[in-house]
Ligand binder design. Structure first.
Ligand SMILES: C[S@@+](CC[C@H](N)C(=O)[O-])C[C@H]1O[C@@H](n2cnc3c(N)ncnc32)[C@H](O)[C@@H]1O
Length: 320
């Protein structure tokens, strides 16, 4: 079994596509911003796993319960001998439920931007599923993406859990779904989508009492210090994550607690006291609004499952 990580070739220029390039461009804008995909180096991925176990973070346990409850139905929809392609695979915890239910899965292809972390979690999956062909890929699913096909006839099914789709503004989310549809060569896509709900519950999920989400947010600054020799003072910034009810999204910021300047790759960036740096959006959908968007992206939305409190939803989309 070959579990070596492959790196997908990149379509964008290094300037657009690197952490340094994104930081230099994003901190030169008004308002300042950093792309959320850069949360995920090895520390960021571990912090995200810790978030998933927090009592306030209902998303992971609700989605795992939905996957377990409907695993047989999902396996039947995916079909026999399927290659499961997971976008933004993270800890690989959720796919185990699908692999256990699937009928003779042909291969599992987890794709993630966080290469060192992916390497570790794939090793432990390989030990638990010795007969499975594993094809881990390090890459960015927002860039043009061609996953090499396996020899012979094959059927792919995509898996995109964790409401990662919510990190994209609706137009970008639709473009991403379209790109995934073409990567799947006619196969279906199972997507986990967080639902619009009581703002108090949403606010708590992104502002946990233990401060883990704050550490995750500030990991962007710590990562810039580690990798790029920047001199951010993470204590000089506060985690701020309000719910924007009109836009149905949590917005995440790092807010400068004082007037300060930071040097990064030979450039100096000034921050006013109270100045925000936008780091993430997490859009919430209704089941209907997500199905409409998926249809506009070229899918036929089929089965949808939710929990009794309507916190989270799982959508099976067929390519058309
Ligand atoms: C919200 S987490 C979800 C993790 C996991 N799928 C789950 O459901 O718990 C987002 C995951 O997507 C990965 N990711 C984020 N942006 C990405 C990108 N542009 N390309 C590839 N992976 C990305 C992150 O490294 C992280 O593992």
């Amino acid at each position: 079994m070959d579990t070596q990580l492959a790196r997908l070739s990149r379509g964008a220029s290094p300037q657009e596509d690197s952490f340094a390039g994104n930081l230099l461009a994003g901190l030169s804008k008004t308002p300042k911003e950093i792309a959320c995909k850069y949360f995920y180096d090895e520390s960021g991925s571990r912090l995200f796993d810790a978030i998933c176990d927090l009592p306030e973070y209902y998303q992971t346990r609700t989605e795992m319960a939905l996957l377990s409850r409907h695993a047989a139905e999902i396996a039947a929809l995916m079909g026999e001998g399927v290659e499961i392609v997971e976008f933004g695979a993270g800890s690989l915890r959720k796919v185990r439920i699908l692999l256990d239910a699937a009928c003779n899965p042909r291969a599992y292809t987890p794709l993630d931007i966080s290469g060192d972390y992916l390497c570790n979690v794939v090793r432990s999956l390989a030990a638990d599923y010795p007969a499975l062909t594993l094809r881990p890929l390090v890459g960015d699913f927002t860039l043009p993406l061609e996953i090499p096909t396996l020899p012979g006839p094959m059927r792919r099914a995509g898996f995109f859990p964790g409401s990662t789709i919510g990190n994209f503004k609706p137009d970008a989310a639709m473009a991403l779904l379209r790109r995934m549809r073409s990567t799947l060569n006619g196969g279906g896509l199972l997507v986990g989508v967080d639902l619009v709900k009581d703002p108090v519950r949403l606010h708590a999920a992104y502002n946990d009492a233990a401060g883990v989400t704050a550490l995750f947010n500030k990991n962007l600054l710590a990562r810039a210090n580690r990798e790029l020799g920047a001199d951010f003072d993470p204590e000089g910034f506060a985690h701020y994550a309000p719910y924007n009810a009109a836009a149905h999204r949590i917005e995440m910021y790092l807010v400068s607690l004082k007037r300060q300047s930071v040097s990064l790759c030979g450039q100096r960036f000034d921050f006013a006291q109270g100045e925000p740096v936008h780091t993430e959006d997490s859009h919430k959908y209704t089941m209907e609004s997500f199905r409409e968007m998926a249809a506009r992206a070229g899918f036929n939305p089929r089965a949808v499952w939710t929990d009794q409190d309507r916190l989270f939803s799982l959508h099976w989309l067929e390519s058309r």
